[in-house]
Design a protein around this ligand. Structure first.
Ligand code: PLP
Length: 405
């Protein structure tokens, strides 16, 4: 027996980047005092009203097959939420409910690109993009957004990566891991670029409601973009619902019809009681989202202040989301050595940001999705570790680490 070539396209360095995280989770399961700052799983509970709605639906027997693209009230609630957030004006025919933003990204890739196609993705990028884009056989072309420019989208770099095979641009704004948010001006340039080269744009906006500095911008609402944009989002982060697996895409109805066919052979709809709970989240829980956003902003400010004061560490202040990148080159360590030794010596897991793309070399990604006390203890251990590393580092170590970028 043998496997298909797909198995190679969905494995690889990005899939392995989670190793330190899985080790930390296993240690936590065994009762060790580890601190997991390596994943963006909100420390908040799902709002009580959402949990109660799921229980009521379960008790009422809502345990059967449901509509492939999602129930009408949920699709309508998603369309309303999307319109309010983006400034676009779509109805529920533009919505497919899927099992998380991840499932929506995968469905978009399967329906939009294939072998021989190229997809431009600014890096650093979320770790699952290579496998999602590689699965249908397309080639991911990573477009650098250098650290020296604050990891901002670089339209000239996009232009220079275009070939006759380019079919799409995938990106996340706000970005994971950098926390950078595209401005209206940047997205207007991307929109003009996409129209000029007749490209699809897949905009991953899972952190769109957690912007700290200015309003979120959706490319779908810019002129001439509705018919070529797929907006992907979910309840995972906004409503602390990662485990419920509720996400969606908003896209032109012809694509939604193809996603219905894909859903029929892949997912067959989300459970009804989950969809009822999702409706509750979208219709009645804006205040909870706002409270969480404020908490994340407070934690971000606190973590940045704490770590930036440490010799050898430099924080890039994230404009949004649940993560920050910390430049660790001043400690004389690479991102990989820093994260491996930090975990071994202090039990704090962070991710080597190189996994997200070469532009993030020399950085680690720290999540501030956890509770205040956990974050405080994690940052205290990171600071103590960095101070020790700086003391041990020779000037040659620091120069070598700084040259790595
Ligand atoms: C940028 C980005 N896109 C998509 C996802 C997947 O989200 P979901 O849980 O909705 O599948 C994540 C999760 O961390 C993410 O950071």
């Amino acid at each position: 027996v043998r496997f298909s070539s797909l198995v190679d396209r969905i494995s690889g360095p990005s899939a392995r980047a989670w190793d330190v995280h899985y080790r930390a989770l296993e240690a936590q399961r065994l009762g060790e005092q580890v601190i997991v700052l390596s994943v963006g799983d909100p420390g908040f509970d799902t709002p009580a009203a959402v949990r109660a709605r799921a229980v009521r639906a379960l008790d009422a027997g809502d345990t059967h097959y449901t509509e492939i693209l999602g129930r009408a009230p949920l699709r309508e609630a998603i369309a309303r939420t999307h319109n309010a957030q983006s400034g676009q004006s779509v109805d529920s025919d533009w919505v497919a409910v899927l099992a998380g933003a991840q499932n929506a990204l995968f469905a978009a890739a399967l329906c939009l690109v294939e072998a021989g196609d190229e997809v431009l993705v600014p890096e650093p990028m979320y770790l699952t993009y290579p496998a999602a884009i590689g699965a249908p056989g397309a080639r991911l072309v990573a477009v650098p957004t250098p650290a020296a420019n604050g990891f901002r989208l670089d339209i000239a770099a996009l232009e220079s990566a275009i070939t006759p095979r380019t079919r799409a641009v995938f990106y996340a704004t706000p970005n994971n891991p950098t926390g950078a948010c595209c401005t209206h001006q940047e997205l207007s340039s991307v929109a003009a670029f996409a129209r000029r080269h007749d490209l699809w744009v897949v905009a991953d906006e899972v952190y769109g409601r957690f912007c700290f500095e200015r309003g979120h911008v959706s490319i779908a609402a810019l002129p001439g973009m509705a018919e070529r944009t797929v907006t992907v989002s979910s309840l995972s982060k906004t409503h602390a619902m990662t485990g419920w697996r509720v996400g969606w895409m908003v896209a032109p109805p012809p694509l939604i019809e193809h996603v219905r066919d894909l859903g029929l052979c892949m997912l067959y709809g989300l459970p009804g009681f989950i969809q009822e709970a999702a409706c509750e989240a979208l219709v009645h829980c804006d205040a909870a989202v706002e409270e969480m956003r404020e908490a994340y902003r407070r934690r971000r400010d606190w973590a940045v202040t704490c770590l930036d004061a440490v010799d050898g560490l430099r924080c890039l202040v994230p404009e949004a989301g649940l993560f920050m990148l910390v430049d660790v080159r001043g400690t004389g360590l690479s991102g990989a050595d820093f994260s491996a030794r930090l975990y071994a010596e202090t039990g704090v897991s962070v991710l080597d940001a190189t996994a997200f793309g070469p532009s993030a070399q020399g950085h680690v990604r720290v999540s501030f999705a956890v509770d205040d006390e956990v974050l405080a203890e994690g940052c205290r251990r990171i600071a103590a570790f960095a101070r020790r590393a700086v003391q041990d580092a020779s000037p040659a170590d620091v120069r070598r680490a700084e040259r790595s970028l």
